[in-house]
Design a protein around this ligand. Structure first.
Ligand code: XMP
Length: 526
């Protein structure tokens, strides 16, 4: 048996009751080097047995187990002898289906950080203290554990509520809190205790095994088909392209649309990287078309819309041209990752039916083209995509690149976007980037860039008077882009960047540094 098959031999099945955290459970299990899959809870015990997982996790969910149409498990599943861990709704369901009692919390719902007190030594809490901090998010409580179950932990405050339980043999566990979220500091340790200590899984799966699995999935899905992908140079589309190329070779055509809105030297860099990877890009020079469409547009939302529409038009035209040249295409591959996928909420819709936030550049494309949409990274988080990229041999300049907005520099030229303004911004931005690199900080800052403002400012130029643009520099630390702190860059760096920008670009007469965090400011200016 190959290592991959052997490793998958001890995989975990996560039954998803629609929790917003289900994918975090999957991510945590993968981080603990155990392969896992997510499936709807409607699977029958027979179907689960045929799939052959070594353990089951029941996720949380938005429903109440006592609602008449609340999702339930095939009761036979409890008889399979598989180790089972119920989280939140999952735990309540176990309690209810095995003869305990669940009721609406007599007081307010428990939501947020809470402390629990472990009342019975158990392998689930091995290595942890008697009191642990956890993340709670529930309105229902277990009033009575099922026959044969023992309480393991209670919430520390009043009223005392059950926080963890197990059955007599240790086959079935339930926790009311969410070990999968990082607000439960020792949550990963609890999951490790369960996977290793209780389920006896060895953790032989490695993130690089994901390459083989994804390639195989793509090979099956795209058998005999030809596909197209729009590559932007960002990590997601690059990883999706390289992965798909591994699976179907030259039946994948990667297209790179040069919008004229990328950073200085970026189109050449992307082209070079892909050439080195043996994946030559089909480059479409659409700069003129984009600038034409952006003429007179100053409103940020209208700008985004104009860019999205132009992108679709250009890409569709290219797809048709390709079909005329080389025959029909069947599929559109997109690098959508999990954070692009919005959970639409409700247990019934959580299984593969999530709505997708339209990708700024390619929203609406699959419908327009009539192609099958393939999204190989849909279940992965950004750091997993980066890891996958590394395993695929993508260079650090792609894999570790800070985020870059889909509409490109258009949202960093405040006001009307013209070729001249974009050129100025590209130069100013390149100088800032060089200076950040010179200070050795390029990996230490989450995102940094220059912004060109439409205001003019007076300057002294030699003996004369200057009147030119203002460039704002921005650098932020962030975890996920949702919140951000402005970075206290060294004054020397700011000084050098400012002096170079105003000297090398006579059209720019002033440089300012943005000292706004998010909230209240967004990271981009538009
Ligand atoms: P904001 O400006 O909303 O940005 O604080 C948060 C993060 O998202 C990036 N960003 C975008 N990415 N298309 C994208 O693909 C967009 O339209 C867009 N707007 C902002 C931004 O660079 C930051 O990392």
């Amino acid at each position: 048996m190959g290592r991959e098959a052997e490793a998958k031999g001890e995989w975990v099945l996560i039954l998803d009751f629609g929790s917003q955290y289900t994918r975090l459970i999957a991510k945590a299990v993968r981080e603990l080097e155990v392969y896992c899959e997510v499936a709807p809870p409607t699977l029958s015990a027979r179907e689960v047995r045929e799939r052959g997982p070594r353990a089951l996790v029941l996720s949380g969910g938005p429903r109440s187990v006592y609602e008449p149409d609340a999702p339930r498990l095939d009761p036979q599943l409890y008889e399979l002898g598989l180790p089972l861990l119920g989280i939140c709704y999952g735990m309540q369901l176990i309690a209810q289906q095995l003869g305990g009692r669940v009721e609406r919390s007599p007081r307010q719902a428990e939501y947020g950080v809470a402390d629990i007190e472990i009342v019975r030594a158990d392998p689930l809490f091995a290595g942890l203290s008697r009191k642990e901090r956890v993340w709670m998010s529930h309105g229902d409580v277990i009033a009575e554990v099922p026959p044969g179950f023992v309480p393991l932990a209670y919430s520390a405050g009043e009223p005392r509520r059950l926080a963890a339980m197990r059955d007599a043999t240790g086959q079935i566990y339930g926790v009311q809190f969410h070990p999968e979220v990082h607000h439960t500091p020792h949550g990963l340790q609890m999951l490790r205790n369960w996977l290793r200590g209780i389920c006896g899984l060895r953790g032989r799966w490695r993130p690089q095994d994901l390459v083989g699995q994804k390639v195989q999935e793509l090979r099956d899905r795209l058998r005999g088909k030809r596909a197209l992908i729009a590559v932007s140079g960002g990590v997601d589309s690059s990883v999706a392209a390289v992965l798909t190329h591994r699976a179907i070779g030259d039946r994948l055509v990667p297209v790179f649309v040069d919008t004229g809105l990328l950073r200085k030297g970026e189109p050449e860099r992307v082209r070079r990287v892909f050439e080195r990877l043996g994946l030559p890009l089909r480059v479409v020079d659409a700069r003129r078309e984009f600038f034409e469409r952006l003429k007179g547009v100053t409103d940020p939302e209208r700008k985004r819309k104009a860019i999205g529409e132009t992108f679709i038009r250009v890409f569709e035209r290219e797809a048709r041209r390709l079909e005329r040249e080389r025959g029909p295409l069947d599929a559109l591959v997109q690098g959508t990752i999990y954070s692009d996928v919005i959970e639409s909420g409700g247990a019934g819709t959580a299984h593969g039916a999530e709505r997708i936030k339209s990708h700024h550049n390619v929203g609406g494309l699959p419908e327009r083209l009539g192609f099958e949409l393939v999204e190989p990274l849909r279940d992965l988080f950004k750091d997993e995509v980066r890891r996958l990229g590394r395993a695929l041999g993508l260079p650090a300049e792609i894999v570790d690149e800070p985020p870059f907005p889909g509409p490109g520099l258009a949202v960093r030229v405040v006001g009307e976007v013209t070729p001249e303004r974009v050129r100025l911004l590209q130069e100013a931005d390149a100088i800032f980037r060089e200076e950040v690199a010179r200070a050795g900080l390029q990996r230490a800052i989450w995102q940094y860039f220059a912004v060109l403002l439409p205001v003019r400012s007076v300057a002294v130029r030699g003996d004369g008077r200057g009147y030119g643009y203002v460039v704002a520099l921005r650098a932020v630390h962030s975890r996920d882009g949702m919140t951000a702190d402005w970075v206290k860059l060294p004054y020397e760096l700011l000084e050098r960047a400012s002096s170079r920008i105003t000297n090398e670009l006579p059209e720019v007469t002033r440089v300012v540094y943005d000292v706004t965090s998010k909230p209240p400011g967004t990271i981009e200016w538009e």
